[in-house]
Design a protein around this ligand. Sequence first.
Ligand SMILES: Cc1ncc(COP(=O)(O)O)c(C=O)c1O
Length: 342
Amino acid sequence: MALHYPRKIKLAQTPTPLQYLERASREWGHGHRLWVKRDDLTGCTLSGNKVRKLEFITAHAIDNGFDTLLTCGGVQSNHCRATALVGAQLGLGVHLLLRGEAPGEADGNFLLDHLAGAQINCYDPAYFVREIDALFRHWQEDYAARGRRAMVVPTGGSDGIGAWGYIAACEELAADFRAAGIGQAHIVTATGSGGTQAGLTLGAALHQLPATVWGVNVCDNARYFLDKVASDAAEWQRRYPDAPAVSVTPRVLDGYVGEGYAIASPAVFELIADLSRLEGLVLDPVYTGKAFAGMLAEIADGRFADCRDIVFVHTGGIFGLFPQKSAFDATVAAAAKSADRA
Ligand SMILES: Cc1ncc(COP(=O)(O)O)c(C=O)c1O
């Protein structure tokens, strides 16, 4: 289908590899071949799924005369960290509105936000949830009063502009599938603000990718993401009326949030350690760990029985692992003990 992409700024190291997980397939595949689209490798600190979205978001900001990116997320938001770094790389101001108390010790993404020179305001979570629209308005007006122009980038960069990132990634996946001899696949991604899933779902339809896209929600519930993905896709269609009309069917694998956003169960931490050992592939406890665990549970349940190949999109998030490192104390202690015995 002829697609006219808006301008983007090349930020991501793409194409990322599609990697076959031989040992994980044997261990957990139940006859499926497990693949990973390594979007954790879109960069080093400027890495993960958000970079693909930011390629289009930053071009839009610059082309429309904005000098500052104003966005929001949790204290350990990967999206905020990527935005902070990209702003520094392009000479744009970045202002982050963060949900939650500033941690006593700057770690993980929060540390990188500071290194990148972002302006940061932390808010009480309940206040943040209630007032985020008003906060965006307040700060936009504040910039305007100082002769600046701040563009609001929604949570996760998930809107019609950001959707292009994963629409474009589907072209890459089509080439990956041809090279790997994949005729039909299920694609599984963590879904947190819905934009990656929306882009993949749109992109699969637009590029006739022989794949069904599933989001494993790491917060909220299936209803929320069915609506959010549909509404991001509709906003994309409205914003780009010359793009081909597509109908999308969002699909959500619910049931893997656990106790809440960013709270992983011991089983998820165990899986992170197991996969690191088995394949040298490191997941994070907030997004990819839960999503990978969900994918394995659904495989075991026979959800994907109709096709052999399953592609997990590794959306990054490594810096979110370090602030939760104490969950691995027992793993580290056991490894130290067995080294002592050797
Ligand atoms: C590492 C990681 N994976 C997955 C997601 C989910 O992507 P999205 O917000 O586009 O749903 C996010 C961000 O929310 C993320 O930081």
